[in-house]
Design a protein around this ligand. Structure first.
Ligand code: HEM
Length: 532
């Protein structure tokens, strides 16, 4: 009898403890996930424990963010598991986060996966490490250094033209635009990044290309796990990347091998890897950096370069470590392949649908470039600094199809305020670039492809801090000048040599977006290409 009573008491106590723990967890999660309600900020519908980001594992990110903005407005909350996320679209708040109060929002989101090499790149590294690496790497991305890669890029454009000519001969000019352009931009990053040439088909059966593509392939399960599981669980499951581990291993080994060869080479090639190997700045430059002079500002200006050169005279130099060089070089490939490919192919898509724009930009290019050698300084200066309509077409392409559809920052101080709302350390600030670029308030008739918006005479109509294909502030895209150089050299030569048309019944009018990625991934499309 006593035994039964003891048993009863024992199980009752167990049940109370267990129930208590469950109740505490429920209360804790509910408390954490009611942060925005408590502060009067509209909040997305949250799933207990998982938060509001579940959707990102299913649908495409541009459509999800457009839907959210329509439903919740320009300032609303959400949760990534228990971490609060604040989405902002107001230009003044964007300026505050990216520029004015940059010191409070210096980091991006850390990926939940952890690999000692991947997590060391500029994109993911945390404030202190990032500041040191960016100070060392920034002088390598000045116009002076990048211009030396013009010939390499032009050689890739020559190989692209060989391929385009074959397509005109053999496939009746039906161009799988995205596939062919992707082969070209991979060739550029292989050549200008690692001095490694791809095979002449630019893609088919090329190991560099296949492995490069692998860096963008993820499975549904992998994506969902990475979006929803904490790091310790991902480590337990040995999920260390979002994408193919084999591809990452291939590039780690390739970069290590190239670095080994470079040590004994007398004549070093000019490529991004070499720039990283040689990059060094004075310790003082890093210490003195107040972040203002780190920003790769507009595409032409190198204002910070002389300043850094001046401070860079003493002997206490800091370099990148070998693993940082590997991590960043591989990341340049990830960052520089799909983004530039997307910009070039989307521009051609819009030009095919708008023959009048294509003709106008062709005439401008023809008038100013036809007598120039495309490897000359004059050609370079023209495509980088002048030709207003051509620049406007490229800018409008990047507005219409920003290759990175969402930007993020993280609160890196214990407490700060945005729009009078207190934010705690770790809060994620999300900036839906695609939704901002397609917002009627900033770009009237946003679904119309209209380069006029970016013509000098219309400059005053643009709303500051609403155009951000390369991000904003000191932590913007370090590769912006490299990207502009590649895109402008390629597009200027392509448009002068070929004409693009839509194929009735084949070329779709509107491109659909692929799911589960912050990078813009549109459906494949065919265009008709003819030689001029
Ligand atoms: C059209 C081409 C490109 C676009 C649209 C683009 C866009 C972006 C965007 C939106 C960001 C985030 C900026 C922010 O958070 O404020 C970024 C970061 C970055 N991009 Fe690019 N990018 C392009 C090409 C490149 C290329 C060619 C490279 C390298 C060669 C590159 C390297 C990087 C790096 C390293 C970062 C992280 C910078 C840091 O945190 O300091 N990107 N890019």
């Amino acid at each position: 009898m006593l035994e039964i009573l003891y048993g009863y008491v024992f199980w009752t106590i167990q049940l109370i403890i267990f129930g208590g723990i469950i109740a505490w967890i429920i209360n804790y999660v509910n408390n954490e996930q009611s942060y925005w309600n408590e502060h009067g900020v509209p909040s997305m519908r949250s799933i207990f424990l998982f938060g509001t980001d579940f959707e990102l594992g299913f649908d495409d990110w541009p459509s999800i963010t457009m839907r959210h903005v329509r439903r919740y407005g320009k300032f609303f909350g959400g949760y990534q598991l228990l971490t609060p996320i604040l989405t902002i679209m107001d230009p003044e708040l964007i300026k505050q986060v990216f520029i004015k109060d940059f010191h409070c929002y210096m980091d991006r989101i850390q990926p939940r996966t952890y690999h000692e090499l991947l997590n060391q790149n500029l994109l993911f590294s945390e404030a202190k490490k990032w500041k040191r690496m960016r100070s060392i790497a920034s002088p390598s991305f000045t116009t002076g250094k990048l211009r030396a890669m013009t010939k390499t890029m032009n050689n890739c454009i020559d190989r692209l033209f060989n391929n385009l000519d074959k397509i005109i001969d053999q496939s009746n000019g039906q161009l799988e635009t995205k596939k062919i352009v992707a082969g070209f931009t991979m060739d550029v990053i292989a050549s200008a990044g690692f001095s490694t040439q791809m095979n002449e088909n630019l893609g088919e059966d090329d190991l560099f290309f296949k492995s490069g593509i692998g860096l963008f392939r993820s499975t549904f399960i992998r994506m969902l796990a990475v979006l929803t599981l904490p790091r310790f669980l991902l480590n337990l499951l040995n999920i260390r990347f979002l994408f193919s581990p084999e591809s990452f291993e291939y590039f780690c080994n390739l970069t290590r091998e190239i670095i080994r060869q470079r040590k004994t080479m007398k004549q070093k090639p000019v490529d991004l890897l070499q720039l990283m190997l040689e990059a060094e700045v004075d310790e003082k430059v890093i210490d003195d950096n107040n972040f203002d002079n780190l920003e790769a500002t507009d595409d032409q200006s190198d204002e910070q370069a002389p300043e850094i050169e001046k401070k860079n005279q003493s002997s206490n130099k800091k370099k990148l470590t070998e693993s940082e060089i590997i991590a960043n070089s591989i990341f340049f490939l990830i960052a520089g392949f799909e983004t530039t490919s997307s910009t070039i192919s989307h521009c051609l898509f819009q030009l095919a649908w708008h023959p009048e724009i294509q003709q106008r930009v062709y005439e401008e290019l023809k008038e100013n470039l036809s007598d120039l050698d495309y490897n000359s300084k004059e050609y370079y200066d023209q495509v980088m600094l002048y030709l207003p309509y051509f620049q406007a077409v490229v800018k409008e392409t990047l507005r219409y199809y920003p290759p990175v559809t969402i930007l993020a920052r993280r609160v890196t101080v214990d407490e700060t305020k945005l729009n009078d709302i207190p934010l705690k350390r770790g809060t994620i600030i999300r900036i839906p670039t695609h939704a901002i670029h397609h917002c009627e308030d900033y770009y009237p008739d946003p679904e119309r492809f209209d380069p006029e918006r970016f013509m000098p005479e219309n400059k005053d109509k643009l709303v500051p801090y609403t155009y951000m294909p390369f991000g904003l502030g000191p932590r913007n895209c370090i590769g912006m000048r490299f990207a502009y150089q590649e895109v402008r050299l390629a597009l200027s030569r392509i448009i002068m040599t070929y004409r693009f048309e839509t194929i009735p019944g084949v070329t779709q009018k509107v491109l659909s977006f692929g799911p589960r990625t912050p990078l813009l991934s549109t459906s494949p499309f065919k265009l008709k290409i003819t030689k001029r």
